[in-house]
Design a protein around this ligand. Structure first.
Ligand code: TYM
Length: 329
C-alpha cells in the first residue's frame, strides 16, 4: 500500500478542473491506498491575505470534497492549518531552499505579475510549503493536475536534498499521479488557458443548471471549419476536452466527425455539452447543499481527520528533529 497526499486551496468553489484534474483520482485512490487529502488554507493566504470568510471557504471545500465522493472513513480528510507540524517542517525545509530556484518557478513569476502589490515571501516559498505537505506523511504519490507539475518537481528536489544534506534515506521522492497516466489540464470556456477559480472561465460543481447552460452557450468558439479534416482550433478543442470528461464517447465522436466534415453546428454541440455537465454536477450540487447544512457532521469529519493526520505528522517530525540533530537535554 502506498501513501498518497494531495490538497486544494479554499479560494473558491471547486470547478470541473479541480474535479477531473484531482478529485476524481482521490476518489479512486482512497479505495486502494493510504490517503491524506487536505484543504490548503495556509496556501490560500498567499493570494487571499484578508479573506472575508476563511472559515466559510474551508467549510465549503470540505462539504464539496465529501459531496464529490471522498469518504472520511477511507481517507484522512483534514485542514492544513490543523497540523502545526506542517509549519515546522516548512521552516526546516526553508533552510535548504534557495532563493534562486524559488524565483525561477513559473507559478511565482505568474503570481508576481498577477499581484505586483503583494509579492510576499509566502508566494516565493509556496513550493516549500507544498513539499512539507507532501513529505510530512512520506507520500509516494500525489494526484494533481498538469499545472502542479513544477511544484511536484520542486517537492522531489527538497525531499532528495534533505536526504542528502543529513545523509539519511528518509523521505521518498513523491511523484505526480493521474490514473489516465498523463496529468491533465481542463481548459476554460474562454478559448484559451486552463479553467481556474478566479479567471471567470470555470464551471463549478456547486453551480445551478441555469447558470451552467448560460456559460456554456456563451463559450468562445471559432467561425467554423472551412475544409474537410481541418485541424481543430483551440476553442473547439477545449470544448471537446471537457466533453471527453462528461459525455459518452460516442457523443464526442459524433461531434468530432461533424467538425471533420464541416457540418458541425456549435449550438448543438453546446446544448449537448451543457446537458451532460448538468447531469454530472446536479447530484453533487444536491449533496453539497445537504452536507453543508450538517454542521455537526462537518466538524466531526474535520476533528477526526486532524487527529489521524497529526498522528502521522508527529512521527515524521520527531524523526526529522532527531536526524537534523535537535535533541532534548
Ligand atoms: P489548486 O487549489 O489550484 O487546485 C487543486 C487541484 O486541482 C487541479 N486543477 C486542475 N487540474 C486540471 N485542469 C485544471 N484546469 C485545473 N485547475 C486546478 C490542480 O492541479 C490541483 O491538483 N498548490 C495546490 C494545492 C496544494 C497541494 C499541496 C497539492 C497545496 N499543497 C500538496 C498537492 C500536494 C493548488 O494550488 O491547487
Amino acid at each position: 500500500m502506498e501513501t498518497v497526499v494531495s490538497g486544494i486551496r479554499p479560494t473558491g468553489n471547486l470547478h470541473l478542473g479541480n474535479y477531473f484534474g484531482a478529485v476524481k483520482n482521490f476518489i479512486r485512490m482512497q479505495q486502494e491506498q493510504r490517503c491524506y487529502f487536505f484543504i490548503a488554507d495556509y496556501h490560500s493566504l498567499t493570494t487571499h491575505p484578508t479573506p472575508a470568510d476563511l472559515h466559510g471557504s474551508v467549510k465549503q471545500v470540505l462539504a464539496e470534497y465529501l459531496a464529490a465522493g471522498l469518504d472520511p472513513e477511507k481517507s484522512t480528510l483534514y485542514i492544513q492549518s490543523d497540523l502545526p507540524e506542517v509549519a515546522e517542517l516548512y521552516l526546516l525545509l526553508n533552510m535548504n531552499a534557495y532563493i534562486g530556484e524559488l524565483e525561477r518557478t513559473t507559478s511565482f513569476k505568474d503570481k508576481i505579475r498577477a499581484q505586483p502589490d503583494n509579492v510576499n515571501a509566502g508566494l516565493l516559498t509556496y513550493p516549500v510549503l507544498m513539499a512539507a505537505d507532501i513529505i510530512i506523511h512520506k507520500a509516494a504519490k500525489v494526484p494533481v493536475g498538469k499545472d502542479q507539475e513544477q511544484n511536484l518537481e520542486m517537492a522531489r528536489h527538497f525531499a532528495r536534498r534533505f536526504n542528502h544534506m543529513y545523509k539519511h534515506e528518509f523521505f521518498p521522492e513523491p511523484a505526480p499521479f493521474n490514473f489516465g497516466q498523463e496529468l491533465i489540464k481542463i481548459p476554460g470556456l474562454d478559448g484559451s488557458g486552463k479553467m481556474g477559480k478566479s479567471e471567470g472561465n470555470g464551471i463549478f460543481l456547486y453551480e445551478d443548471a441555469g447558470s451552467i447552460r448560460k456559460k456554456v452557450m456563451r463559450a468562445v468558439t471559432d467561425s467554423g471549419p472551412t475544409a474537410m479534416d481541418q485541424v481543430v482550433s483551440e476553442p473547439i478543442q477545449n470544448l471537446f476536452t471537457i466533453m471527453e470528461q462528461v459525455s459518452a464517447p460516442d457523443t464526442l465522436q459524433h461531434f468530432k466527425d461533424k467538425y471533420a466534415s464541416c457540418e458541425i453546428r456549435y449550438g448543438d454541440l453546446k446544448k449537448q455539452l451543457s446537458e451532460d455537465i448538468v447531469n454530472f454536477t446536479a447530484p453533487i450540487r444536491e449533496r453539497i447543499i445537504e452536507i453543508k447544512s450538517d454542521e455537526a457532521y462537518l466538524s466531526k469529519v474535520a476533528r477526526m481527520g486532524a487527529e489521524k493526520a497529526r498522528e502521522s505528522a508527529r512521527v515524521t517530525l520527531r524523526e526529522v528533529r532527531e536526524i537534523i540533530g535537535f535533541r532534548p537535554f
